[in-house]
Design a protein around this ligand. Structure first.
Ligand SMILES: *Cc1c(COP(=O)(O)O)cnc(C)c1O
Length: 372
């Protein structure tokens, strides 16, 4: 008999969510209704920001913020190549040029010592990414941004609930972005959110998500070019219920992270992301980095063997600058961002969700170690 398959991720949905969604379906307001306002208000108070603007995805949120912060064809925007592709694609979608800064080998976030030399007279903004839930080093980023007049858009899609010295992810820069795909800490099926203290930025994004309408303009009045990036009340009701359960969700995930850490901490062939002092993590995934004695082929072989033994796993991330359309448009090549590439060649995301038991974690780690 073979062991049951352990999925890489799975959403945590209870009766509370089912009841909340059903109630909306029995109401007359499936979109632009009361659940949208309620979700935004609950979310901004959770993050400690003045405004929250819900939208259809994290990618949509990033795209709108690029436009709302004035990124256009003459702009450069600094970001990290070790991220999900949306954090750089949003710059391309707004017509701007992504400028990558390599990552720190320990925190896996943008190496802040390399930002200054990437700034030019065309630089408009920085998009730091809170990789795997770890808040980027804003103590270093914010003074640089201020000095050069740059906007800061936090890609906090993986960090909902993480705090640095008591301040929530998303609340450090001009605006922060969250995504609610089913593998995230909070899911709405699909969805996203912008948080900000800047009313003008929030109003601009509210208009962009709703076909360029202004709050006071009629259904067929469109003062600016916009999108349909709205989030339905069905999704919002799901989000409200998930947000009510956030404390439990975060602590359940954190228990599982502790099990992995205890199991792998003395394993010299495997390294973990280093979490900076002052950070209280909300864990998004559990990603390990194989030691330098292994190469990408070794990693891929291990991924295959784990999958065959019924363990959901994945490489995470692939360097953005080496995706075909970045290579074609900007001429990037292997070696351009060596720290990112060395890391991306050796990472393995292990199963990470609330249903994992101590036995599962033990089976996963034993299986991993037997293949090293
Ligand atoms: C999930 C994620 C996004 C947004 O994803 P959507 O699927 O568009 O909601 C953006 N950046 C990062 C780093 C992410 O992990």
């Amino acid at each position: 008999m073979t062991d049951a398959f352990i999925p890489l991720a799975r959403p945590n949905i209870t009766d509370l969510e089912v009841r909340a969604v059903t109630a909306v379906l029995q109401s007359p307001n499936l979109s632009l209704g009361p659940k949208l306002v309620e979700f935004e208000n609950a979310f901004s108070s959770y993050c400690g920001t003045k405004h929250a603007v819900a939208c259809s995805s994290g990618t949509a949120a990033l795209h709108m913020l690029m436009i709302a912060t004035g990124v256009n064809a003459s702009s450069e925007v600094i970001t990290t190549p070790f991220s999900f592709i949306a954090s750089a694609n949003c710059i391309l979608l707004a017509g701007g040029k992504p400028v990558f800064v390599d990552v720190d080998p320990d925190s896996w976030n943008m190496d802040t010592t390399k930002i200054a030399s990437a700034i030019t007279t065309n630089t408009k903004a920085i998009i730091p990414v809170d990789v795997f839930g770890q808040i980027a080093d804003y103590d270093a980023i914010l003074p640089l941004a201020k000095q050069h007049g740059l906007r800061v858009v936090e890609d906090s899609c993986e960090a909902l609930g993480t705090e640095f010295n008591g301040q929530c992810a998303g609340a450090f820069g001009d605006a922060g972005v969250f995504g609610f795909y089913p593998n995230k800490q909070l899911t709405t099926g699909e969805g996203g959110m912008i948080v900000t203290n800047d009313k003008a930025l929030a109003d601009h994004c509210r208009s962009l998500r709703n076909q360029g309408r202004d709050v006071q303009s009629g259904w067929l009045a469109h003062p600016r070019l916009g999108f349909n990036y709205r989030l339905s009340d069905i999704n919002c009701a799901l989000g409200i219920a998930q947000l009510e359960r956030m404390t439990d969700i975060i602590s359940a995930r954190s228990q599982i992270e502790l099990m992995y850490r205890a199991r792998l901490t003395d394993e010299p062939r495997v390294h973990m992301q280093k979490i900076r002092d002052g950070i209280d993590m909300s864990w998004f995934v559990f990603v390990i980095r194989l030691d330098d004695r292994y190469n990408q082929n070794d990693r891929d072989r291990i991924l295959m063997a784990l999958t065959e033994s019924g363990i959901g796993c994945s490489n995470y991330f692939a360097p953005i600058h080496l995706q075909p359309f970045y290579v074609a448009q900007f001429g990037y090549k292997p070696g351009d961002f060596p720290v990112c590439e060395a890391l991306a060649a050796r990472t393995i995301a292990l199963p990470f969700h609330h249903e994992l038991t101590e036995n599962d974690v033990d089976r996963i780690c034993t299986s991993l170690q037997s293949r090293l």
